[in-house]
Design a protein around this ligand. Structure first.
Ligand code: ATP
Ligand code: PAF
Ligand code: BAL
Length: 282
């Protein structure tokens, strides 16, 4: 496995691979890799000749009062996970290589970034789409894989790829959870043992909503109240609990199989997200 930190080095490797007729898969990450990332890497391994993962904590997607500085980082550990998952190249550029002095170009997807995490984190998706577009230009993948845990991010990236005619297949991967239901997240590392157990309210709220839906309940007001009850009981601070169409992300008043239930909750100072589609298992 190679570790590349220079943009030119990565571009040259990608250019050569394409010239040799090889396909490239990219799994973009912010590092501190866990089993959720590993599931994306294993699928990427199946889908292309050359598997690249990027590790870059992207400053432009963090707000001024967010956790850019404290975000967990461990390149050595990440390289071990990447290697064990069949990665050929870890691309780990520094912030000044990605955003040199004078940098002033951004990619903005409009309506899809207005609700949910876009409303809660102004400017977040502008940073995400910008860095993902840059990574696509540097790594030149044929296919890129993203987790459904960040469901809105996946939707926004699909829109960007379609709107800007990027010739890249986007693959959405299922949410990987701990045995008790907690969605794996690098930010879980911030949780104390007591917070870790309260953090189960996210997946439990989604399960409770799913169970009511299966029993026939379709009123978003009723389903939402159920989720709020579960989260409030665990003293979670609600950022949003929202019911939206899975593709348009428009708000719905009555739930159906295509309804996305998305939530963001703070447990102590840690902000966690989770979601489910009502017609699906996960
Ligand atoms: N539990 C998970 N299951 C499936 N995919 C995941 C999971 N967690 C993260 N991913 C995916 O891995 C990719 C990189 O995500 P990222 O590095 O931000 O990890 P993260 O654990 O989501 O971190 P954070 O704590 O910042 O939310 C994204 O496409 C994300 O959706
Ligand atoms: C896609 C991404 C790597 C862009 O920085 C990030 O938002 C993430 O890890 O989900
Ligand atoms: N997984 C999305 C990255 C972020 O929260 O900034």
């Amino acid at each position: 496995m190679m570790i590349i930190d220079s943009i030119e080095g990565m571009q040259e490797l990608a250019r050569q691979a394409r010239q040799d007729g090889k396909t490239i898969a990219l799994v973009p990450t912010m590092g501190y890799l866990h089993e959720g990332h590993a599931s994306l890497l294993r699928e990427g391994r199946n889908r292309a000749d050359v598997l690249v993962t990027s590790i870059f904590v992207n400053p432009t997607q963090f707000g001024p009062n967010e956790d850019y500085q404290s975000y967990p980082r461990s390149l050595e550990r990440d390289c071990a996970v990447a290697d064990a998952s069949g990665v050929d190249v870890v691309f780990a550029p520094g912030p000044s290589a990605m955003y040199p002095a004078g940098y002033q170009t951004y990619v903005d997807v409009e309506q899809l970034t207005l609700p949910l995490c876009g409303a809660a984190r102004p400017g977040h998706f502008r940073g995400v789409t910008t860095v993902v577009a840059k990574l696509f230009n540097i790594v030149k993948p044929h296919v890129a894989l993203f987790g459904k845990k960040d469901f809105q991010q996946l939707t926004v990236i699909r829109r960007m790829v379609a709107d800007l005619n990027m010739d890249i297949a986007i693959v959405g991967m299922p949410i990987v959870r701990e045995a008790d239901g907690l969605a794996l997240s690098s930010r879980n590392a911030y949780l104390s043992p007591e917070e870790r157990s309260r953090a189960l309210c996210l997946s439990r709220a989604l399960a409770a909503v799913g169970a009511l839906f299966t029993e026939g309940e379709r009123s978003v007001a009723v389903l939402r109240t159920k989720a709020l009850d579960v989260i409030n009981e665990a003293a979670g601070i609600i950022d949003y609990v929202d019911f939206r169409h899975r593709e348009s992300l428009e708000a719905v008043a009555a739930a159906d199989e295509n309804t996305l239930v998305a939530l963001a909750v703070r447990i102590g100072s840690t902000r966690l997200i989770d979601n489910r589609i009502l017609g699906e298992e996960n």
